[in-house]
Design a protein around this ligand. Structure first.
Ligand code: ZN
Length: 406
C-alpha cells in the first residue's frame, strides 16, 4: 500500500534535497537557517513491525533512502535540533542502532540500522491538533530480495562521502608558514564514544581540545593552525583529509578519546598509519574509527585505489617517515609528564591518516572508559598542559624539518 506512495514522492524529494544542498553549500556567505526543533520522539513495536515518531514544531521536509551492508534506513532532514532525551529513541524492534544529528549547516540525518531487511510502509508528516507536526515512520520486516530492490530502485547519488567541495582552495602564497590541520574526531551524527561517568560525548571533548590546541599552535611564530571542523558538524573521513590537502597542511593531527572494553587501561597513545596493525587493540580501534562514515549513512569505501606510481610510492614512504618522527616527538614530550599506555606509539589502518603527502598522526588523549582518564579529560589544567606538550612537539618537529630543508 504505502510503498507505491513512498517511492514516487520520496525519490523526487531526494533529488530536490541534493540540488538544494548543492546550491546552498557553494555560497560561503549564506547564513545558516534556523534549525527545526524535534522536541519529542518515541519508538514502539517488535522485530516484525516498528514505529518511530518524532514531534516537530514545524513541518519537516524529509527524504528516505535505503543502504545495504548493514541494512539501513536513512532519513534526511533540514537543519534540525534534536531536543529530546536519547532514551526516547533507544533502539528496539527492527532497529539495533539509531543515530541522529547534524550533517552540514543545512541538513540533519537519522540513520536506522536494522536487524534484518526492512521497508517503510508509511513515512509521512501528520498535523497535530496543537499546531505541531509528527513525522511517522512505520517499518516492517521484508525479504532480502525486496530490500535489495529498494536499494537499487532509488535515484540517490549521495551514497559515498562527498569530497568537500565547500572548502575554497587557498591561494598558493603560503610562503614559509608551517600549516597544521587540527582534526577534532567525530561530530554531528557521529558522536563517537561516551564517557563512562559524565556521559559526555567524545565529539564534544575532541572539539574543545582541538580549539585549545589550535590557539596554542597559532601563538608559535611561523605556524598557522586551522580546524577541520569548528562546530558540531559531521565530516566524512575523506572530507577531513581533503580539507587538510586543500589548505596545504604540512601536518595533520586527529584528536580522539575513545573507549575500550578493558576499563582499567588508561593513558595517551599516538597512532600512525600502517596497513598491518601493531597489535590487536590498535586494529580494533582503527576498525571502530573507520565506521564513522557508516554511522552517518554512507557506504564504506574499501581504501584508496592502489596507484602503481613510483613517485607516489616514494612520497608515501617519505610521509610515513615524517609521521613516525612526529609521533616519536609527541611521545617523548609526554614521557614523565602525562600518563601513557604501554608501547604508546602504535600503528593501524586509520582511514583518516591516509593523505599520501601530509605527515599524519592520531592522538588518543586518554580513554573515556576509564573514570580516572575521564576526570583528566574534563580538567582544564590537564588539557592545557597536554596542549602545551603537543605544541612543543610540533615546534621541535618543525625545527628539525626546516633544518633538513623540508
Ligand atoms: Zn574516536
Amino acid at each position: 500500500m504505502g510503498l507505491e506512495w513512498l517511492r514516487g514522492p520520496t525519490a523526487r524529494i531526494g533529488l530536490c534535497f541534493l540540488l538544494v544542498s548543492g546550491l546552498l553549500s557553494s555560497g560561503p556567505a549564506h547564513a545558516a537557517p534556523q534549525p527545526l526543533l524535534a522536541f519529542a520522539a518515541r519508538i514502539a513495536g517488535d522485530s516484525a513491525r516498528t514505529r518511530i515518531v518524532l514531534d516537530f514544531e514545524e513541518k519537516p521536509e524529509f527524504s528516505i533512502h535505503y543502504i545495504a551492508g548493514p541494512d539501513r534506513v536513512v532519513v534526511d532532514l533540514p537543519a534540525t535540533a534534536f531536543g529530546f532525551p536519547a532514551d526516547q529513541l533507544a533502539p528496539r524492534g527492527l532497529f539495533k542502532d539509531i543515530r541522529y544529528g547534524t550533517m552540514g549547516e543545512d541538513s540533519a540525518r537519522m540513520v536506522l540500522t536494522a536487524i534484518k531487511p526492512v521497508k517503510l510502509v508509511l513515512a509521512e508528516t501528520q498535523a497535530n491538533e496543537n499546531g505541531g507536526y509528527r513525522l511517522v515512520l512505520d517499518a516492517e520486516m521484508t525479504t532480502s530480495e525486496e530490500f535489495a530492490g529498494l536499494v537499487k530502485s532509488q535515484s540517490w547519488a549521495a551514497e559515498t562521502p562527498a569530497v568537500a567541495q565547500t572548502v575554497p582552495l587557498e591561494d598558493g602564497s603560503k610562503d614559509n608558514v608551517f600549516v597544521v590541520a587540527v582534526d577534532a574526531g567525530h561530530g554531528g551524527i557521529d558522536a563517537g564514544a561516551t564517557a563512562s561517568v559524565s556521559k559526555t560525548a567524545e565529539k564534544v571533548i575532541t572539539l574543545g581540545f582541538a580549539k585549545l590546541l589550535m590557539g596554542k599552535l597559532n601563538a608559535l611564530p611561523g605556524v598557522r593552525a586551522f580546524l577541520t571542523r569548528d562546530d558540531d558538524t559531521f565530516l566524512s573521513l575523506s572530507e577531513r583529509v581533503a580539507i587538510a590537502r586543500q589548505k596545504h597542511a604540512d601536518l595533520f593531527i586527529s584528536l580522539h578519546a575513545d573507549t575500550l572494553s578493558q576499563k582499567d587501561i588508561r593513558g595517551a597513545t599516538v597512532y600512525t598509519l600502517s596497513d598491518k596493525a601493531s597489535d590487536r587493540m590498535a586494529e580494533n580501534l582503527a576498525a571502530r574509527e573507520n565506521l564513522s562514515d557508516e554511522t552517518a549513512g554512507f557506504t564504506m569505501q574499501s581504501g584508496p585505489p592502489e596507484v602503481a606510481d613510483i613517485l607516489l610510492d616514494l612520497a608515501r614512504r617519505e610521509t610515513q617517515a615524517f609521521s613516525i618522527a612526529l609521533a616519536d616527538n609527541v611521545v617523548k614530550s609526554f614521557e614523565g609528564q602525562v600518563g601513557l599506555i604501554n608501547n604508546p606509539h602504535r600503528q593501524a589502518g586509520f582511514q583518516v591518516l591516509r593523505a599520501p603527502d601530509i605527515p599524519s598522526v592520531l592522538l588518543e588523549l586518554g580513554f573515556l572508559s576509564n573514570p580516572e582518564d575521564e576526570k583528566l579529560l574534563m580538567d582544564d589544567a590537564w588539557r592545557s598542559k597536554i596542549a602545551d606538550l603537543v605544541t612543543g612537539a610540533v615546534d621541535r618537529y618543525r625545527a628539525r624539518s626546516l633544518a633538513n630543508g623540508g
